[in-house]
Ligand binder design. Structure first.
Ligand SMILES: Nc1nc2c(c(=O)[nH]1)N[C@H]1C(S)=C(S)[C@@H](COP(=O)(O)OP(=O)(O)OC[C@H]3O[C@@H](n4cnc5c(=O)[nH]c(N)nc54)[C@H](O)[C@@H]3O)O[C@H]1N2
Ligand SMILES: Nc1nc2c(c(=O)[nH]1)N[C@H]1C(S)=C(S)[C@@H](COP(=O)(O)OP(=O)(O)OC[C@H]3O[C@@H](n4cnc5c(=O)[nH]c(N)nc54)[C@H](O)[C@@H]3O)O[C@H]1N2
Ligand SMILES: [Mo]
Length: 752
């Protein structure tokens, strides 16, 4: 007789992207056999995407890293020796200590991505205790920059509230149909309930197709001008909320003066959007109550305009009376029932003299310590005596790490820790990063990864890390106006082979470097402590118990928090900013030496700013629109997903393609002044004739691993074409330009 199978269902959180959807995972005889969405989970309401389901394939894939590796040949040769975790950690810790002794702790830097595996939080703790201020991450051009600008202006983030559908929602520089699949249905549902969507996008994206009441097709990179044009219409036509502006805003008269420069006529010339459309869309937003502006990442990666775009969006919400009201955009502080951010990361342990050495913080002050300290000063007393969630901030200017390695300026960086990111593919200027990682001046390069990526191929040590099915999870994030939900996921199975969590990697190094007092025994214990205040209140013993019994917690919704009376002062709480108001005129930006008001600057590489260069490179290049099923540079080796999207594609208007002799599916060369790559042509009238859109994230795990090929990392990777030049970066935040840039395109066959 056959023995009965042991079957168990675990309640996990998918970490395929930062939404962290609820998943029910079925385990049969110790093997994960099925993943499905957890009904009623606030994030995904029972639905999960194809990528989430494919994590079973990810878990058991033959190419996953299973043991720590130590390089034995030259960097990139692909000659590795298997080594134990303990030996590898001993050796890395010893080298880090040596670099610190000889060059100072700042000579060790770290790079990160979207914080997968909670690596950014624990990396922050490790680096603070080690004494280095030089932590960089993808937040510099993705959401965290905009979060920091919100923090300067409102003293908190702001997030769409789904508790009540809004009359009008603006999707600005995002395409949630591809990028936020789990929550897209909530947008469709709101449309049925009457929400009118304005989508601001140079392309007729799938979100335009499925949602838009009005599509504003602007020239790439001109969002700041458009936002200022909207402000002009709204103020000149008296469509703003006078009461809110008078009581709760600082600097309206200065703003009013500034926006005079941005008449709809002038903005139409800059943005290619007809004057009448600018006026109509501004009126629609301002007169629909409540209305919301939904974040899209393309606002965060337009280089020199990044601060202005987000600043203008923040101002739009405030002056139209849509801030912190149901159906509008609710103020989003941190989770009040958790130990998070500065306390979790032991931020106070980094001494002031080390903070001063942070790379790039002299130029990009809002991103580094100078800005952080001003924001934190106002936010700490306001948000439960702890301050805002950081995780990614304050960070150093990412491109400065490569300069410090290559040129030793302003001082050398000799050790680099790369955790949960793939800079050689996802960061700007691949060739420069390649040079830095190959440099003999970089004495130690350590990677914590799930796969041998092109970046990991250049490492001295590679540590094999679990995926989300192999570790317990905790999430305290602001979610769609629910406030700060706390959600916990169970470990589904024990880590396979010798994989360990990111936590154990940083803890392992920390314990060897005198940080014993600051690390808990296990990740589970860490979550128990993080959620301590909430667990106490619920009379639960552990996060694991919470995961089994309760699963998530949402705080009561507080509308118009600024009006609530502070018992200490007897006055309304106001906002967590230096003036206690919404700073239309930002005193923080002013103190840091930047323009306190938003403005539009022509991006450094467009047909307008560089007409001569545009003769050679006639098209405007935009990059990196999300596409299912891929997530940045991941999943190219997951067969079921690769089958859905086998090649990189570049979108070209059919008229343009015809003129260039390019047919559907042809391999074409895309070239900028910095290099060339190939992708397959996808002809679509959804894109403007003058604009080209190339995908990001491409490398080919099936190709040769060894340097200089590195899995074809230079073949189709769009970041071979991008730049990290400081002239292209936003002064306050250092955000880079992933578009607009100038390019030319031609059929590959002509040149082979
Ligand atoms: N040109 C262009 N470039 C872009 C963009 C663009 O629009 N255009 N978008 C940018 C944006 S917004 C972002 S966020 C960045 C992303 O930049 P990155 O984060 O550097 O890119 P990913 O491909 O997400 O890299 C994540 C890596 O972490 C590994 N990983 C996954 N889970 C874990 C884990 O739990 N622990 C560890 N240790 N490793 C794990 C994966 O295998 C993968 O190699 O890309 C940016 N790059
Ligand atoms: N499938 C999938 N989902 C993901 C990710 C992934 O890699 N794959 N990554 C996750 C991450 S880290 C992020 S940051 C989010 C980002 O996801 P989103 O915020 O949705 O951003 P994108 O998909 O990069 O770009 C969306 C739209 O911006 C438009 N666009 C391009 N240039 C401009 C411009 O100058 N102005 C304006 N207004 N629009 C422009 C593009 O045409 C595109 O339709 O997605 C997350 N979700
Ligand atoms: Mo991102």
């Amino acid at each position: 007789m056959k023995e009965a199978k042991s079957t168990e269902v675990k309640r996990a959180l998918c970490f395929g992207c930062w939404l962290q959807a609820g998943v029910l995972a079925t385990v049969e005889d110790g093997k994960v056999v099925k993943l499905k969405g957890e009904p009623d989970h606030p994030v995904n309401q029972g639905w999960i995407c194809e990528r989430s389901k494919a994590f079973i394939e990810h878990l058991y894939h033959e190419d996953r890293l299973n043991y720590p590796l130590k390089r034995v040949g030259d960097r990139g040769d692909g000659k590795w020796e298997r080594i134990s975790w303990e030996d590898a950690l001993d050796q890395v810790a010893e080298k880090l200590d040596k670099i610190k002794m000889e060059n100072g702790a700042e000579a060790v830097a770290s790079v990160g991505g979207t914080g997968r595996g909670f690596s950014e939080m624990f990396k922050a703790r490790f680096m603070n205790l080690f004494g280095s201020p030089n932590r960089a991450n993808a937040g510099q051009w993705c959401s965290v920059v905009s979060r920091q600008i919100h923090a300067a202006i409102y003293g908190a983030g702001a997030s769409r509230s789904v508790k009540q559908p809004c009359k009008c929602a603006v999707i600005w520089g995002g395409n949630p149909a591809e990028s936020l699949a789990c929550t897209f249905t909530s947008l469709l549902k709101a449309k049925k309930q009457g929400t009118k969507y304005i989508v601001i996008d140079p392309k007729y994206s799938e979100s335009v197709n499925r949602l838009a009441h009005q599509w504003v097709q602007l020239r790439p990179g001109t969002d700041a001008a458009l936002a200022l044009g909207w402000l002009n219409v709204i103020i000149e036509e008296d469509l703003y909320d006078k009461n809110f502006v008078e009581t709760w805003c600082h600097g309206f008269s200065e703003l009013r003066e500034r926006i005079k420069q941005y008449s709809p006529k002038k903005v139409a010339e800059i943005t290619w959007v007809p004057e009448e459309e600018i006026i109509q869309s501004a009126r629609l937003y301002a007169t629909s109550k409540p209305a919301s502006i939904i974040w899209g990442v393309k606002s965060d990666m337009q280089g020199r305009n990044v601060t202005s775009i987000t600043q203008a969006k923040c101002i739009l919400r405030a002056i139209t009376g849509n801030l912190d009201v149901m159906g509008g955009d609710m103020l989003a502080g941190p989770c009040e029932k958790a130990n998070y951010g500065p306390v979790l990361e032991n931020m106070d342990m980094l001494p002031p003299e080390q903070r001063k050495k942070q790379l790039g913080a002299d130029r990009h002050k809002l991103w580094g310590y100078p800005g952080y300290e001003l924001v934190h000063q106002a936010a700490k007393p306001y948000w439960y005596g702890k301050g805002l969630t950081s995780g990614f901030l304050p960070a150093c200017h990412e491109p400065d790490i490569w300069t410090a390695i290559l040129a030793g300026k302003p001082y050398p960086v000799k050790g680099l820790i790369c955790g949960a990111c793939n800079p050689l593919v996802a960061y700007p200027n691949t060739k420069r990063i390649y040079k830095a990682l190959k440099s003999p001046d970089l004495e130690l390069f350590v990677v914590a990864e799930q796969w041998l990526t092109p970046t990991a191929m250049l490492a001295d040590y590679v540590f094999p890390i679990t995926n989300w099915l192999e570790h317990p999870q905790m999430c305290t994030q602001t979610f769609q106006g629910h406030g700060n939900i706390a959600s916990v996921g169970q470990r589904v199975i024990q880590p396979l082979h010798e994989r360990r969590t990111d936590y154990e990697f940083y803890q392992g190094l920390g314990l060897r470097l005198g940080q014993g007092d600051y690390w808990r025994e296990t990740l589970n214990k860490e979550w128990d402590w993080c959620l301590g205040p909430l667990l106490n209140e619920l009379d639960m013993q552990s996060a694991e118990e919470f995961a089994k019994k309760q699963r998530w917690w949402t705080p009561p919704v507080v509308e118009k928090r600024y009006q609530t009376v502070d018992p200490g002062t007897g006055k309304p709480k106001g906002f967590a900013t230096p003036t206690g108001k919404v700073e239309l005129y930002s005193t923080i930006l002013e103190q840091l030496g930047y323009d306190p008001l938003p403005r539009y600057e022509e991006p450094p590489e467009t047909p307008v700013s560089q007409p001569e260069l545009a003769k050679k490179y006639p098209f405007i290049l935009i990059t990196g629109s999300r596409f299912r099923p891929m997530h940045h540079s991941e999943h190219r080796q997951i067969r079921s997903l690769r089958r859905l999207y086998p090649y990189p594609t570049v979108e070209i208007n059919p008229d343009t393609a015809r003129r260039l002799g390019i047919g559907e599916g042809d391999w074409v060369v895309i070239e900028t002044p910095r290099g060339k790559i190939k992708q397959k042509a996808k002809l679509t009238s959804r894109i403007n004739r003058r604009v080209i859109e190339a995908q990001h994230g491409w490398w080919f795990p099936e190709e040769i691993a060894d340097d200089p090929l590195l899995y074809g990392v230079f073949e189709s990777n769009v970041n071979v074409l991008t730049t990290d030049d400081d002239e292209y970066c936003d002064p306050p935040t250092g955000a880079v330009t992933f578009g607009p840039l100038l390019c030319k395109v031609y059929p590959l066959k002509k040149y082979t």
